[in-house]
Design a protein around this ligand. Structure first.
Ligand code: SF4
Length: 430
């Protein structure tokens, strides 16, 4: 999924009085969102309003929705919901030397034909452009000069435990929301006893994800999930509203997979055999669907990662130790999510409805090197540059000031391109 934030997602505190504002606006990021969409290859619906204004069309038109998603959209939109086509980094035509999606429904964990974007695309492009990629190099310490002002070198370990060191004029940390702050907190010295870029004490804090709940049911009629990509539509009318001062925004999304194994397991042991069993499996798989969601989490300093004092990994580097809880802001929203699920299930004539209200992580790790205008409560500035070290930058969702309720990847990519522009400009100076 390649979603843009809403304008208000950058102004959560000033609009709804909770969380934080970003020091940049949607307009600052808009041209970089477009560049990111073109670099990743995003197919999206130009004829639908997704709440994020565009200054140019999507690089590709959206893939055609299958029968199930069309029925979902028709029924829900006739009853007060707002279902839209998800923009996705997945080719609806040959694009970027990658083929058109053939609808094989294997997108997670990986697209077997490369129709869907994956990070190896740009790793390869970087190597083709002259970058050197050092495999299995685990960074464990960033050095600074004697007064602790500039980052000067990165030390890393190889699988055999031996170490090496790279010097640099600019250092960019891009190891995601757990490993980036861990590396910074490990990089202590006499000058920087709190670790790298940590004069605010915020490195490792404000860990956010998109905790989700789900509902599963048999639709009132066969809708044949499992054709095309694994997710194509979402319900977006809970992404913003006055409620956001009280409880979390969220996006609901309809899964598009055929649960043949789950249905079969549930029928084994029942008095069904031969053609009758086969028929029952087919009928149930054609009706069984799941809806999941992403709840927006607020940045809370108590949700944090630190290097463990007790546990080390296979090459002797401290493991991350995580303190994390889900607060009332999300729990209040989840009560409303349950009601929305029940209403949707009723509209679809559902049977055998199963709610799973246990929160599940969605692996969107944000906030642990948070961006802000005030250096006393944030780690990087509007350019993803650490407040403390002018040549040290951070790329990735760890800089996000708000989690919003959509997948992080496109915003990560847009910020990365913007960061690259900043470094290119400064690198060109003598
Ligand atoms: S459906 Fe998913 S796995 Fe299959 S070709 Fe399309 S993107 Fe790739």
């Amino acid at each position: 999924m390649a979603r843009r934030y809403l304008l208000v997602d950058f102004k959560l505190k000033s609009t709804h009085g909770v969380g934080r504002d970003w020091p940049i606006s949607y307009d600052d990021l808009d041209p970089y969102y477009q560049q990111a969409e073109e670099a990743l290859g995003v197919a999206g619906p130009d004829d639908e309003d997704l709440g994020s204004p565009r200054s140019a069309p999507y690089p590709m038109k959206a893939l055609t929705l299958g029968y199930m998603d069309r029925e979902f959209r028709k029924t829900l939109n006739a009853n007060g919901f707002n279902v839209v086509t998800e923009p996705a980094a997945r080719n609806s035509e040959d694009y970027g030397e990658r083929p058109q999606c053939c609808g094989s429904n294997n997108c997670m964990p990986i697209c077997p034909i490369g129709a869907q974007y994956s990070g190896d695309v740009h790793a390869t492009k970087a190597e083709d452009a002259g970058a050197t990629l050092i495999e299995n190099a685990v960074a464990f310490h960033v050095e600074t000069d004697a007064d602790g002002k500039h980052a000067t070198a990165v030390r890393y370990k190889r699988p055999d435990g031996s170490t090496a060191r790279l010097t640099a004029r600019f250092v960019v940390l891009a190891a995601n929301g757990i490993e980036t702050p861990k590396l910074m907190l490990l990089s202590t010295s006499d000058t920087l006893p709190q670790g790298l870029a940590n004069s605010s004490g915020m490195v490792g804090r404000n860990l956010m994800d998109h905790p989700g709940t789900t509902v599963t049911f048999l639709w009132g009629k066969p809708v044949f999930p499992g054709r095309g990509p694994q997710e194509m539509t979402s319900v977006v009318n809970f992404r913003d509203g006055p409620f956001r001062s009280e409880y979390a925004a969220k996006k609901l999304h309809l899964g598009n997979t055929a649960d043949v194994s789950g249905v079969t397991e549930s029928l084994l042991g029942k008095p069904l055999f031969g053609p009758a069993l086969d028929r029952e499996i087919r009928q149930r798989v054609a009706r069984k669907v799941s809806i999941g969601c992403f709840h927006e989490q607020l940045p809370e300093p108590e949700n944090r990662i630190v290097p463990s004092l007790a546990e080390r990994d296979a090459i002797g580097i401290p493991r991350p130790e995580i303190t994390y809880s889900i607060g009332e802001y999300i729990r209040r929203s989840a009560v409303e999510t349950h009601k929305a699920y029940a209403r949707i299930a009723a509209l679809l004539g559902a049977e055998e409805i199963e709610f799973d209200d246990e929160f599940a992580g969605n692996n969107h790790l944000m906030g642990t090197t948070i961006m802000g205008a005030n250096r006393r409560d944030s780690v990087v500035d509007a350019d993803c540059r650490t407040h403390d070290h002018p040549n040290l930058f951070i790329a990735g969702s760890s800089v996000f000031s708000s989690a919003a309720s959509v997948n992080s990847t496109l915003t990560i990519a847009a910020l990365a391109i913007r960061l690259a522009d900043t470094i290119a400009e400064e690198a060109a100076q003598p």
